[in-house]
Each structure stands twice: as structure tokens, then as C-alpha cells.
Design a protein around this ligand. Structure first.
Ligand code: PLP
Length: 401
């Protein structure tokens, strides 16, 4: 239930109110959590999801659930999408999309650097099903065009990409995809809807790991696919309801609460990241800092065009990699941990040699050159939280010293 006027409200009003409504039975102002897996139904209710309509009564939580629906409605409004399908994690959303779109004999172009689990399943498991995959540096628009084949059904990008913060021009890639009769999917987890609206730039699908900025507090896994009803109504039946990667209503409720403060949080994430990136850039022990909001980012012009907020993630390289372990052990406030987008600052070191063996497989020297430009021998991926920037800088200063 989306009240019509919410679509014209401001960003923060949408984040608070979209998808929510006072409980019709109790008038409770905050949303209820409906944990029931099943619902008492009419005697003539069908047993298959086949004839299901989105306005039908609730039957079974894997098919649909009032709390999950509130999350989906809120996400659709803040992303400016016709509809949304929520999942148990970002990866379950990604897998549902790939299995929905790609059949044996099809071809997909996938960013050669992307979330590790997506990268790993498209290196082996998906090709083993007879689906052809070409990994491309999607920041190189010519390389994307050159990778297209007559059976290309999907171009899949991440911008900024995890973990190296390289950007891809969404509008340019959308034009290539559509000229080839393929769909464009954009994993926009690092950007969030506050920074970038891929659907307005021509993308067909947007993916978010709700585990990151949308939930924002590091306490609930979730994922979402956003796009048109034409694409997502059949996807919901095929690879959401039948595959079963359903988000817990409790997690949906936590993420609804997290989204309410997303625009406010993104302002502070950006401010903190910029202050920390600027501090690190002038620290003599640091070799290179990459942050889309810095003039030194190799694609800063594209960042300014495509991102209304530069988000909260930066990377830095050390002059001397023998200090990696010492820094990890000395941190007092910042957690040395994977993941990102939480109110707590998180940092994690990725060694290039290791990740190029396990997650990312390059075919050309150009791909290695591009990796080296952004990541060198290895990077600390830093997710700036909501703590006071002075405290974060002081923590880094004593750990790097
Ligand atoms: C974390 C992440 C994912 C996977 O999300 P999960 O919720 O951990 O399954 C996908 N893409 C990006 C860019 C991510 O950072």
C-alpha cells in the first residue's frame, strides 16, 4: 500500500513514511512484525503460486508477507522503481536474477571486478550450466561493446565496484545493452539510492545488498531486486518464491527501520569518508588513496556526473605492506572486519595476489593494468561509519604510525 502523495515528497520524508501505514487493527504508529509463516485462508484458496496475483490474500510467507511487502514498497519508492522483490541476502537476489534471465546457450557480460561471491559463481558454476560468460573491465566502454555477441542477454555491472571503487558509466553501458537486445543489471550497493538512480540512467534492474547501507546497522542480512513489473512479477514466482531465498520478516522490519534514516546517514558517511580520505592523502606512510569524492580519483568527473553523494567507502595502500598486520591489531575504535555501510567504521585488507587467484580472473594485460591503477599490491577497504571523524582519524593515526 503506497499512498500516492508520498511519491512527490522529499527524500527524507519518503525514507520515513514510504511503505508504512498505521496498523488497521490497533492503530499502532510503528509497523508490526508479522512473523507468521502461514495465514488462515478461504476454503477455495489454490495450492500453487501459478495463478497468484500480487493483491491476493496472504497465504504463506515464502509467497509473500505483510512486513516484507512494507519493506519492498519502501524500497521501490526510494529507488524510484515500479516494484521490488526482497530476498534473504544480496547474493540470493543476484542468484535469482541470473537464473531468471540466463538459459543454457545464452551469453552474459559481467564486470571483471565485482562482489567476490558473484565473481566466483560466474567463473565456474554458471558456465558449467552452459551459459557463456565474458568478464570485462566495464569502465572501458569500448571493451563492453566488443564483448557483445548475438546471444548476449545480460550486462552486469557494479558501480562503484567492490572492492576497488572503479566506476562504470551506467548510461553508456545501458545504450550498448539495449542496442544488443540485452538487459542491464546494476549492483548499486556502494552508491545507494541517495547517490545514484540507475533506472533513470537506463538500467533494467537494480540490486542492493540491504545488509550494507540500507539496513545500515550491521544486524540483518537482506537483498533486493528493483525494476519493472513486467520483469519482476514473473521473476518473483520463478526464482524468488520457488527458490526460496525469503528474507525473515524480522530482518525486513529491522531494515525498514534502518532505511528511515538513510538520507541523513549518507550525508555523514560521505562527510567522514572525505575527511578521512583527505587526511590519509597527506600521510607520508600512505601510497595512494582512492575515493570517488577526491579530485585524485581517476574517474572523478564521472563520479561527479553519476553520484549525488560519494558514499562512505574509500581504499588506501601503504608504502610498506609489512605494516598491514600491525595496523589491523592496533585499531581501537575501528573494527577490523569485512562488510561495509554500517554505523560502525569497518576496515579490511585485501591482498591483490590472493584475490586475483581466488575471485577475479583476468584475460588481458589491460585488465591487470586497470587493477594495478586502483589497487596496487593490496588495499585497505575502509567503510567510514557515523562516529566523529576526529576520533576515526586519531585511531588511524596511532595505528599507522
Ligand atoms: C555485500 C555485497 C553483496 C552481497 O550481499 P550479501 O547481503 O552479503 O549477500 C553484493 N554486492 C555488493 C556490492 C556487496 O557489497
Amino acid at each position: 500500500m503506497i499512498r500516492k502523495n508520498i511519491l512527490h515528497a522529499g527524500e527524507q520524508t519518503k525514507a520515513v513514511h514510504a511503505g508504512e501505514f498505521p496498523d488497521p487493527v490497533t492503530n499502532a504508529s510503528a509497523p508490526n512484525i508479522v512473523m507468521s509463516t502461514t495465514f488462515v485462508v478461504e476454503a477455495d484458496t489454490g495450492f500453487s503460486v501459478e495463478g497468484m496475483d500480487e493483491n491476493d490474500a496472504w497465504v504463506y510467507t515464502r509467497w509473500g508477507n505483510p512486513t516484507i511487502r512494507q519493506l519492498e514498497d519502501k524500497l521501490a519508492v526510494i529507488e524510484g522503481a515500479e516494484t521490488a522483490v526482497a530476498f534473504a541476502s544480496g547474493m540470493s537476489a543476484i542468484v535469482a536474477l541470473l537464473f531468471h534471465l540466463l538459459k543454457s546457450g545464452d551469453h552474459a557480460v559481467i564486470s571483471d571486478v565485482a562482489y567476490a561471491a558473484l565473481s566466483e559463481i560466474t567463473n565456474e558454476l554458471i558456465p558449467e550450466l552452459g551459459i557463456e560468460i565474458t568478464k570485462v573491465d566495464t569502465s572501458d566502454i569500448e571493451a563492453v561493446g566488443a564483448a557483445i555477441k548475438t546471444n548476449t542477454k545480460l550486462i552486469y555491472i557494479e558501480t562503484p565496484c567492490n572492492p576497488i571503487l572503479r566506476l562504470t558509466d551506467i548510461a553508456a553501458v545501458a545504450a550498448i545493452a539495449h542496442a544488443a537486445g540485452a538487459k542491464l543489471a546494476v549492483d548499486s550497493t556502494f552508491a545507494t539510492p541517495i547517490a545514484t538512480r540507475p533506472l533513470l540512467l537506463g538500467a533494467d534492474f537494480v540490486i542492493h545488498s540491504l545488509t550494507k547501507y540500507l539496513g545500515g546497522h550491521g544486524d540483518a542480512l537482506g537483498g533486493v531486486l528493483l525494476g519493472s513489473k513486467h520483469d519482476l512479477v514473473p521473476l518473483r514466482k520463478q526464482t524468488s518464491i520457488r527458490f526460496g531465498g525469503t528474507i525473515s520478516p524480522f530482518n525486513a522490519w529491522l531494515i525498514i527501520r534502518g532505511i528511515a534514516t538513510l538520507p541523513l546517514r549518507m550525508q555523514v558517511h560521505q562527510e567522514n569518508a572525505l575527511r578521512i580520505a583527505s587526511y590519509l592523502e597527506q600521510n607520508p606512510k600512505i601510497k595512494r588513496v582512492i575515493y570517488p569524492g577526491l579530485a585524485s580519483h581517476p574517474q572523478h568527473e564521472l563520479a561527479k556526473r553519476q553520484m549525488k553523494n560519494f558514499s562512505g567507502i574509500l581504499t588506501f595502500q601503504l608504502n610498506d605492506n609489512r605494516n598491514v598486520r600491525k595496523i589491523a591489531e592496533r585499531l581501537q575504535i575501528i573494527h577490523y572486519a569485512v562488510s561495509l555501510g554500517h554505523h560502525r567504521s569497518l576496515v579490511f585488507y585485501l591482498n591483490s595476489k590472493d584475490v586475483l587467484q581466488t575471485s577475479f580472473k583476468f584475460a588481458t594485460s589491460g585488465q591487470y593494468d586497470s587493477w594495478n591503477t586502483f589497487a596496487g599490491e593490496g588495499i585497505f577497504r575502509f567503510s567510514a561509519g557515523l562516529e566523529n571523524a576526529e576520533d576515526l582519524i586519531a585511531d588511524l593515526e596511532q595505528a599507522i604510525d
